[in-house]
Write a protein that binds this ligand. Structure first.
Ligand code: 5GP
Ligand code: ZN
Length: 115
């Protein structure tokens, strides 16, 4: 836990968030500024700054996050025609919060390539 990290504070309940899922390894909540009809953030409880910082010992955690994303996606009707899972890593990718997070987005046509 990093005392100055926004998402660590959300996990600890120090900053309110609309929780959608929690288990021993991950926490998921609605994005405060949704970029799609469904926009959920899935984060590890362990503070990891980005995908550029992950270690081989975190392989199980990383796989678990994708399984959780799939499970959460199935709960929402907005995903019936598909969904997108995005991890912005670093400044050029648009990462603004440096606690690893995956955006689960659905409910509109996202297009490709991304912006
Ligand atoms: P990034 O730009 O780092 O990939 O994504 C950070 C995301 O966190 C953004 O989509 C932003 O809207 C969301 N966010 C920033 N601050 C808060 C907050 O205090 N609460 C919630 N629920 N989401 C936040
Ligand atoms: Zn953190």
């Amino acid at each position: 836990m990093h005392s100055e990290c926004l998402f660590c504070k959300i996990i600890k309940g120090q900053i309110p968030a609309e929780k959608v899922y929690e288990d021993e390894m991950v926490f998921a909540f609605s994005d405060i500024k949704p970029a799609a009809p469904l926009h959920i953030l899935i984060i590890p409880k362990e503070h990891i700054p980005s995908l550029a910082h992950v270690l081989p010992s975190q392989q199980q955690l990383l796989g678990h996050i994708q399984l959780v994303a799939s499970k959460i996606a199935k709960l929402y009707p907005q995903t019936k025609n598909g969904f997108r899972l995005v991890a912005n890593s670093g400044k050029d990718a648009g990462q603004t919060v440096f606690h690893l997070h995956y955006h689960l987005l659905a409910g509109r046509d996202f297009g490709w390539p991304p912006g």
